[in-house]
Structure formats: C-alpha cells, structure tokens
Ligand binder design. Structure first.
Ligand code: DOR
Ligand code: ZN
Length: 347
C-alpha cells in the first residue's frame, strides 16, 4: 500500500499555548486536523467559561487565513471550580470537557486538584450535564516512583472516583502503561483513552540513548517496552475506547535543553506521519482511520468529519528544528527519516 486515505482526523488532546507561541504552532495542527480538544494549562489557567471563550478567540485569530480548524475548549478544574461554572460551560456549546490535573503533576498544574473528594459537587454537576472529565492520570504522592504514578492513580483515584460517579464520561489521557490500557479495555461505563505518538513509537530507552535526550521527555514519562507493546495493541485493536490525542506540548528548545528541562514532545507538524509509522510497524494501517477519525467524535458526541485526507508512502526527513516565535523548537524525532508523509486533503 503506497497511499492511505482517511476521513480528516481530529486531535483529542493538544497544547496550543498562547501569544507568539500559539501563532507559531496552531497552523501545524490546522493543516492535519479539523478539530482539537485544547488543553487549559496556560500560565494563567483557563478556569472560567469567559476565559475559555477569550482563549478560543485568540486561537481563531492566530489561524492561517482560510483554515477551518475548530478549537474545542476545556476548563481547568480547581478546588474552587463551582458546579455553576460547569453548567454554564456545558450550556455554552464551546466547552467540551473539564481537565483534572493532580496538583504538581506536570506543566502549570500548581492550581490543580489535591484531593478529588473536594470537587465532588462539581463532578456531580458534570455527570448531570454530561460534560466529560479528562484526567492526567498520575498521582503526585511523594515517594511513589515516577514510573509507577499512572498505575497507582488507577487504584487510588480513578476506580473510587468512577465508583462514585458511574455515569460520568471520562477520558484517561495519554495512557502509558499496560495497566492503563487493560483498565480502559475492561472497565464498566463510559471511559476512553487517548494515546500519543511517542508512547506508541518509543520506550524509555529513547530518553537515554547515547546520552540524555530531553526531546523524548514528556509526562507521563515513556515506560518499558512491554508497556509500549500493550499500547500499540490497544490502539490498533479497533476498540473505540482508544483514540488519537497527540499531547503535542511545545516548549522552546532552550527550555528543554536545560538543567531542569520542561516535559513535552512537539508532534503537531508530523502527527499523522508518526501515527502512521507506528500503525505500519504493527501491520495495522487499516485500523488508523477508526483510531484517528471515528472513535473520538463518537465518544464526544460530535459528528465525524466529511472530508478525506491522504498519506503517501515515501521517505522524508523530520526537520532538525523549527521557528517558535523568537525561539526555536525541536520536533519529536528531529532528523529521523519517516516513511509516510501527509499529502493534504483529497481533491
Ligand atoms: O509532557 C507533558 N507536557 N505532559 C503534560 O501533562 C503537560 C504538557 C505541557 O503542557 O507541557
Ligand atoms: Zn497534555
């Protein structure tokens, strides 16, 4: 197979940042995806409908002329988020989910939730108005090994939370372990997971190959090979609970090549190529369309896109670096040769 056609996909987990950084990256997502669930972890988190609405306008204003990209906004859950805020968000039609960051888990998560029981009334309102909860699934308890944070989160947070709110729609974001894939596959109720390209393509050795490689550092961190294999099996299984969410998380090269480097892989410009590489390696290119273009909108209750896009086989080299406002950014797999290339909309 030298050409792959699929319905235009959406990105169900994306960081677009703000200001000059937003302007530098949003065009890349708009070129490949019709819509994206936009993460709310700006320097000043997006906690209200008004903030989400203003951020949405900034994103739309930063789009290249002629692009039809639709930002699907999220609210950042804090322990002060009122039930009324999620009801207003739901009624607005522009907010599609609420994101739970355990406080301290990742970039700009200081305002996140320390104990989910303190936000029970808000979770109850989300369940009532059917607004999905997106979870960064890692505990931050001191003493828990960084590689165990996701599986401990399942037992300590996800299971009890979902027992209390069994009808709440939940997306377990950017899963990284066999245990998370197994939980999502077998758990009762309305649960799904997003899977990133880096967690399908690499195991944790990538962070340490020949030296310390900061551009492979993201959170949750890459895991052992057995986990990567389990994620590939889940993503290529055709199970609609697993769908595409890049977690493309741009940071300037300077901020990653640093004594305390930022977490995040920048994959927006070549996201589909990276996913196609992972699916091709598994002999499962035929499952890419469901994962990339069907199951996400189905879960969120949105229509599937209508237009088709094309990927062509043929080697090309990922750029070593790209402009990022006044800075530069290093995309994931910089300098590597990929075998699939995005060729735009079918004409
Ligand atoms: O690697 C990550 N980067 N993981 C996250 O959860 C946040 C993200 C970011 O915003 O940089
Ligand atoms: Zn993220």
């Amino acid at each position: 197979m030298n050409e792959l056609r699929l319905l235009r996909p959406d990105d169900w987990h994306l960081h677009l940042r703000d200001g000059a950084q937003l302007a530098a990256v949003v065009g890349a997502s708009a070129a490949q995806f019709a819509r994206a669930i936009v993460m709310p972890n700006l320097g000043a988190p997006v906690v209200t409908l008004e903030q989400a609405s203003a951020y949405r306008e900034r994103i739309r204003a930063a789009l290249p002329p002629g692009s039809a990209f639709e930002p699907l906004m999220t609210l950042y859950l804090t322990e002060a988020t009122e039930p009324a805020a999620v009801r207003a968000a739901r009624a607005s039609g522009i907010v599609h989910a609420v994101k739970l960051y355990p406080a301290g888990a990742t970039t700009n998560s200081a305002a996140g939730v320390r104990d989910w029981r303190r936000v029970s009334a808000t979770l109850a309102a989300m369940q009532e108005v059917d607004l999905p909860l997106l979870v960064h699934g890692e505990v931050t308890t001191p003493g828990i090994d960084v590689f165990d944070r996701e599986q401990v989160f399942i037992d300590q947070v996800l299971v009890p939370l979902r027992e209390q709110f069994p009808a709440l729609r939940v997306v377990f974001e950017h899963i990284t372990t066999r245990q998370a894939a197994e939980y999502v596959r077998t758990a009762p109720g309305r649960i799904a997971a997003t899977v990133t390209p880096q967690h399908l393509l690499y195991n944790r050795n990538a962070i340490f190959t020949g030296g310390l490689r900061p551009h492979w550092y993201c959170l949750p961190v890459l895991k052992r090979e057995e986990h990567r294999v389990a994620l590939v099996a889940a993503a290529t299984s055709g199970n609609p609970r697993f769908f595409l969410g890049t977690d493309s998380a741009p940071h300037a090269a300077r901020a990653k090549e640093h004594a305390c480097g930022c977490a995040g892989c920048f994959t927006a410009p070549h996201a589909l190529e990276l996913y196609a590489t992972a699916f091709a390696a598994a002999g499962a290119l035929g499952k890419l369309e469901g994962f990339a273009s069907w199951y996400g909108p189905d879960f969120y209750g949105l229509p599937r896109n209508r237009e088709q896009v094309v990927l062509r086989r043929g080697p090309w080299q990922v750029p070593a670096s790209l402009p990022f406002g006044a800075e530069t950014i290093v995309p994931l797999a910089a300098g590597e040769t990929l075998d699939w290339q995005f060729a735009g909309a079918l004409r």
